[in-house]
Design a protein around this ligand. Structure first.
Ligand SMILES: [Zn+2]
Length: 214
């Protein structure tokens, strides 16, 4: 245990679009809270089946044959390392069409209605009963249709889960206390980051005896 504070009895739900987003967006925060005894669950909206293999070392026949299985195994390993649990919501990856490519396929996550696509997340919130939910902001973090949809269903499910009149057949109501957005690529965030990095640079220069080694 690396941290002094213990927070048993608290539960955090992070909603992500694809298997791998849990490791590139907010992973340190999840690992931090898990290490403090918080129960952390990652909800993964889609199966990642329309993702591309970017790493030549992983461009293997078995991965090309069944990328869904490969990504499922990868996310299980990643979540074990982070100390968190994960659960798929069961939607099909929408892919990221380039300009000129065909439109999104009808079966994909981003083509569902928000109300329908939010139902599995409402069920999960009412089962897991998180105190805090984290997801992407309105931009989705970057303009992938699954990330934007992930934001939409997170907001819908957060607002509906505590209302007995909403999704009445999807479990007893539970209202999480807070919904946080993260991973937003907006100007204010990067400006703040830039300014703080400049400040660090200035602080580093104050150590003149070390500066030439850094
Ligand atoms: Zn993603």
């Amino acid at each position: 245990m690396a941290y002094g504070t213990r927070r048993p009895g608290l539960r955090l739900l992070a909603v992500h679009a694809h298997p791998d987003d849990e490791s590139s967006k907010g992973a340190a925060a999840m690992a931090h809270y898990a290490a403090e005894g918080v129960e952390v669950l990652v909800a993964i909206c889609t199966d990642g089946s329309r993702g591309a293999i970017l790493n030549p070392a992983a461009d293997l026949p078995e991965n090309r044959r069944d990328i869904r299985a490969a990504r499922s195994m990868e996310v299980a390993n990643a979540c074990r390392i982070l100390g968190v649990k994960h659960q798929f919501l069961g939607f099909t990856d929408s892919g990221l069409p380039k300009s000129g490519e065909a439109e999104l396929l009808a079966d994909c996550f981003a083509r569902q209605t928000t109300a329908d696509a939010a139902a599995p997340l409402v069920r999960l919130i009412r089962t897991m009963r998180p105190h805090v939910v984290i997801t992407y902001d309105e931009s989705g973090g970057y303009p992938h249709p699954d990330h934007v949809m992930c934001h939409k269903i997170s907001v819908t499910a957060f607002n509906a889960a505590g209302d007995p009149a909403e999704y009445p057949s999807d479990g007893p109501p539970w209202q999480p206390a807070k919904l946080y957005y993260h991973a937003g690529f907006h100007r204010a965030r990067f400006l703040a980051l830039h300014e703080e990095m400049q400040r660090c640079q200035e602080a580093r220069k104050a150590h003149a005896h070390m500066a030439e080694h850094w």
